[in-house]
Design a protein around this ligand. Structure first.
Ligand code: S3P
Length: 434
């Protein structure tokens, strides 16, 4: 896909429903008592993997394009599937589902995924789930496929060695089955809290004291009726394009503004970006609102370890923003980027370097020498990673020569139609050809 430079970004848009919340809504609805209704579902490659996984487990999921209805089978009602469950590219699905399956007594399951997911670490869930009494076995090196036998579980008190919302959530879900709980998770840094919020609204007893979260076992979950807000991570590429291009003005309606997700907004603001939030309201049990962004000149900044979980998926975009800001920007404490859909430290630095950006990888982040002007442009490869594909789209818009993005179709993992929307909002429609 070739993305030509744009003069400015103007107009109004909405982004797909939040991916993290969409996965969680399906999973909790599956084990609730009765029918749940989900509106604003974020349909994407990843969330469709969750739909198929649940169907394979005997859950009825009906999507009429408007709303998704899920026939909950109750906490222990998931059926043993005929074949291994394919989690595709979705780490959130593989890890959260493992937590649920660990409690499905005496049934056997196998979880697998695509090449990228099979290379990602699963030891981080296997080890604590085993402490809870789970029958769970990973392949060589703590990878997928995972073999799981559902067993009675016991509560644990567990300090997470890495700040990961996926691991926290897997353990909270397993905690629903842990007799005589509570199960308590201590996080080293605050991470996204969608699971906690949704469990609370399904009637589960949850206690939160700063970074310590406890969940009590339950014998039933109330079905959900939920409107999922727009995904801030999908709004972020548009915030970047509009901030970097003079004359831009974009309005993005109905975006999730959960404080555990908007670290990138705070970083952009301290670099000098002009983003206003208005119509603040509660959206599906989460804080939300509309965003308006106009062009601004930016100065460099440092992203510290404690901020990383709050903008972890936006760090590739941060690298591009930093390339166009005055001065040297750095990211530290982000070693976990190396075990995302790709090694994102490697993928971002090599992609942007190929477009003329002065960026260097470090062990746990990167360093960027920014110049407040358009980047040169050139060719880059998405390396099968949706966030790198979208980075390429924005990079093309803010470049002098345009960007040829190899493997741009990866964007559909979280945002089908991303490149079309980007092009539709670009002033002086850039030439985009397959
Ligand atoms: C997610 C948590 C984060 C994030 C991922 C989605 C979630 O992963 O990068 O895109 O939905 O819980 P980690 O928990 O591995 O940091």
């Amino acid at each position: 896909m070739r993305v030509a430079p744009a003069q400015a970004m103007r107009g109004a848009l909405a982004v797909p429903g939040d991916k993290s919340i969409s996965h969680r809504a399906l999973l909790l609805a599956a084990i609730a008592e009765g029918e749940s209704e989900i509106r604003g579902f974020g349909r994407s490659g990843d969330t469709l993997s969750t739909v198929s996984a649940l169907r394979a487990l005997g859950v009825e999921v009906d999507d009429d394009g408007e709303r998704v209805r899920v026939g909950g089978v109750g906490l222990e009602g998931l059926r043993e599937p005929a074949a291994p469950i394919d989690c595709g590219n979705a780490g959130t699905l593989a890890r959260l589902l493992a937590g649920l399956l660990a409690g499905q007594r005496w049934r056997q399951f196998e979880l697998t995924g695509d090449d990228s997911l099979r290379a990602r670490p699963m030891g981080r869930i296997v080890e604590p789930l085993r402490r809870m009494g789970a029958g769970i076995e990973a392949a060589q090196g703590g990878r997928l496929p995972l073999g799981i036998e559902g067993r009675p579980l016991r509560p644990i008190r567990y300090e997470l060695p890495v700040a990961s919302a996926q691991v926290k959530s897997a353990l909270l879900l397993a905690g629903l089955y842990a007799q005589d709980g509570p199960t308590t998770i201590i996080e080293p840094l605050v991470t996204r809290d969608h699971t906690e919020r949704m469990l609370e609204s399904a009637g589960v007893r949850i206690q939160r004291k700063q970074q310590e979260i406890s969940v009590w076992p339950t014998d039933r979950l109330r079905p959900l009726s939920l409107e999922i807000p727009g995904d801030f991570s999908s709004a972020a590429p548009f915030l970047v394009a509009a901030t970097l291009l003079p004359g831009s003005e974009l309005r993005i309606a109905g975006v999730n503004l959960n404080p555990t997700r908007i670290g990138f907004l705070n970083v952009l603001e301290r670099m000098g970006a002009r983003v206003s939030v208005f119509n603040r309201r509660s959206l599906g049990g989460e804080p939300g609102g509309d965003l308006e962004v106009t062009h601004a000149s930016l100065v460099a900044t440092s992203v510290k370890a404690s901020e990383v979980p709050l903008l972890v998926d936006e760090l590739p975009l941060f690298a591009l923003v930093a390339a166009c800001a005055h001065g040297e920007s750095t990211v530290t404490g982000a070693a976990d980027l190396r075990v995302k859909e790709t090694d994102r430290i490697e993928a971002v630095t090599s992609a942007l370097r190929g477009l003329g950006v002065r960026i260097a990888a470090t062990g746990d982040g990167f360093r960027v020498r920014g110049v407040p002007t358009r980047i040169r442009g050139g060719r880059m490869d998405a390396a099968g990673d949706h966030r790198i594909a979208m980075l390429g789209g924005v990079a093309g818009m803010v470049s002098r020569e345009g960007v040829e993005v190899g493997g741009a179709e990866a964007a559909a993992i979280s945002f089908p139609g991303f490149f079309q929307l980007l092009a539709a909002l670009a002033q002086r429609l850039p030439l985009i050809e397959p």
